[in-house]
Design a protein. Sequence first.
Length: 336
Amino acid sequence: MGRYILRRIAVMPLILLGIVTVAFFASHVVGDPLASIVGLKALNRPEVVESAKERWGLDGSLFEQYIRYLGNLLHGDFGTSFTTRKPVLDDVLDRFPATAELTMVAMFIGGVGGIGLGVLAAARRGRFADVGIRLFALVGASVPVFWTGLIMLSVFYARLGWLPGPGRLDGRSDPPIDRTGLYTVDALLQGDVALFREAFAHLLLPGFVLGWALIGGIARTVRATVLDELHADYVRTARAKGVKERSVFIGHVLRNAMLPVLTLLGLSFAALLTGAALIETVFQWNGIGYYAVAATRSLDFPAVYGTAILGGLVFLVVNLVTDILYSFADPKVRLS
């Protein structure tokens, strides 16, 4: 296991290099960032353009810019954002907790809801509950999250007023003292229960929208694996020995049925942590996804590279952790 982990870690820099390379050259194909740096009118002034190129490292050939960027990366320099004028690494670290907080809520809703509904659907196979759960899961997995988010905002915020609107807090509220970057945690650390409730309420709508999308895939996977395990030989053997049906279902069937779900949860967590751009845009959630969308619109190349590197690193780390947990959950994988 130790050698396996070391091999996976050793390959990570090569994969990240590939991600950086694709992001770098693909970004330059899209357009020229000078328009967003100096403005359209200033593009007709050669002295302004040359000065901007030198200031932002856009002088020289494309290959020279690429080698220069890789050299800066080796020294921990992710560049400076064209729009915020701040180091990209600082921008990413400032916004990462917002995305992490939203992701944890969505994973809790999607994981608990998906597993619970999947088990219930398998236990009530062919009945009304099974049909209703599959329909609910299908809608959540099929409908685009941005459309679901807009509908939820329109109904529960604009029309009914049950839940707050976009943003992490109300417009009149100040953020808590920054200790972790997680507003709910920081509010509790400073003893402000009212602010905690406000921050938590703002998490519910976007968290449910993302969680509902997860429930679809998780519930269907759990239902299918539970039904497969119920017809396995070891289940028939346990029943023949007189083991109670409840013990067979909880102690044997569910334990083996959760193995594929573990991989799905790991991939879902990585996807949410790096790809919640649509929901963050709809709910004006100042996280990594919102930052990446803004960077793409303004052709902020350093910010695009930074978010691409973060996304790749998160996927690699989460996949590694998931594989390690899977090996401990399944002895056959560990022995192989």
